[in-house]
Design a protein around this ligand. Structure first.
Ligand code: UT7
Length: 334
């Protein structure tokens, strides 16, 4: 049974500032038609994606992470020097080490913050938020900056039509701290390493260090069994979302907004159905950004708040799924 936590109102952790950044360069489905054997009709009908953003060559994950972080710190009215904890969730770090969070810390001037990266692929921002919540609940840390940031365009095989149409670059950020009202009411996380081969990048680590062979065999690009990932994603996300709603002693009809990982409109529709969450309460922006992995949930939450879809007092369920496999959700009151 996956552990689920609930917290009394006296010690609730919430979001006090949000930020996001997507690179300005738009790559449409028609642009992709010129690169691989695909078409707009296939991509839209199978995924819901119309376009995605990609960085210019040379732009790194830490670059876009910093831009999202600036917004979130400003919204939280927090001086970077007062930041206690900084977690970057990413599957596409600038380098294997040092952590991207250390690079971001230096550029933000957050010299007092403890920094580490969190590797949970597309579940990264939800995992990082739950992790930060645990640190903040102890009282040892006063605040935390969570960033989900990805430059997936550097790890995508642009000759593989089954994956290159799905992903995009972007960053989302939030500042978390104890709150007097609202905040996180329930959380849920899970992992299943037995299915690691469904979505992975074989090259570049200790198993297949960079070599002529690893490059020739295109090992430094993402590989995925899309059909299998699809099936597991639906089951895991729906069950996780149901668990947090139950643990918060709420019913699906009490949830005002559902913010799923923005991977595929068909996955999201199936999750909503299985979790008994009406589609009109499900926020989607994947049509504009594609799957931005660890950035996805935070970018979606940012836009849902900006658009007034999420307003004060609303119950929001964020749910994610990714390589690992990993999945997680949290229910928060805005
Ligand atoms: O964060 C989690 C990350 N992973 C995901 O979100 C992926 C989850 N999986 C999916 O979203 C879906 O499985 C896909 C969108 C990847 C694929 O959709 P599908 O409905 O499962 O299609 P399929 O893989 O069964 O492929 C159907 C056909 C195949 O042709 P044949 O063998 O039937 O002739 C593919 O070769 O579609 C073909 N195809 C394409 N055609 C045009 C695959 N990719 C493309 C493409 N354009 N880009």
């Amino acid at each position: 049974m996956t552990p689920v936590s609930r917290h009394p109102p006296s010690r609730r952790i919430g979001i006090i500032g949000l930020g996001m950044h997507v690179p300005p360069k738009v790559l449409t489905n028609s642009d992709l038609e010129k690169i691989v054997d695909t078409n707009d009709e296939w991509i839209q009908s199978r995924t819901g994606i119309r376009e995605r953003r990609v960085v210019e060559p040379g732009t790194t994950t830490s670059d876009i992470a910093c831009l999202a972080a600036h917004d979130a710190l400003k919204a939280a009215q927090l001086d970077p020097r007062d930041l206690d904890l900084l977690i970057v969730a990413t599957a596409t770090p600038d380098m294997l080490f040092p952590s991207t969070s250390c690079l971001v810390q230096h550029r933000l001037g957050a010299s007092a913050a403890v920094c580490f990266d969190l590797s949970a692929a597309c579940s990264g921002s939800v995992f990082a938020m739950v992790t930060a919540q645990q640190y903040l609940l102890t009282g040892r840390y006063r605040n935390a900056l969570i960033i989900g940031a990805e430059v997936l365009s550097s790890f995508i095989d642009w000759t593989d039509r089954s994956t290159c149409v799905l992903f995009g670059d972007g960053a989302g950020a939030c500042v978390m701290a104890p709150v007097k009202r609202g905040g996180i009411l329930a959380t849920d996380m899970g992992s299943d390493g037995s299915a690691a081969s469904l979505l992975y990048m074989p090259g570049g680590g200790s198993k297949h260090p960079p070599s002529h062979r690893s490059v020739d065999q295109r090992m430094h690009f993402l590989r995925m069994n899309g059909g299998e990932v699809f099936k597991v994603a639906v089951r895991r996300m729906a069950d996780s979302a149901k668990r947090v709603v139950k643990q918060a002693t709420l019913k699906p009809e009490h949830v005002e907004c559902f913010i799923p990982h923005q991977a595929n409109i068909r996955i999201i529709e199936a999750v909503a159905k299985r979790a008994a969450l009406p589609l009109e309460k499900v926020y989607m922006n994947l049509q504009r950004y594609g799957n931005t992995s660890a950035a996805s949930n935070l970018i979606a939450l940012y836009e849902a708040v900006q658009e007034g879809v999420v307003t004060r007092g609303d119950h929001v369920v964020m749910v994610a799924f990714g390589a690992g496999l990993t999945w997680g959700s949290l229910l928060l009151q805005w």
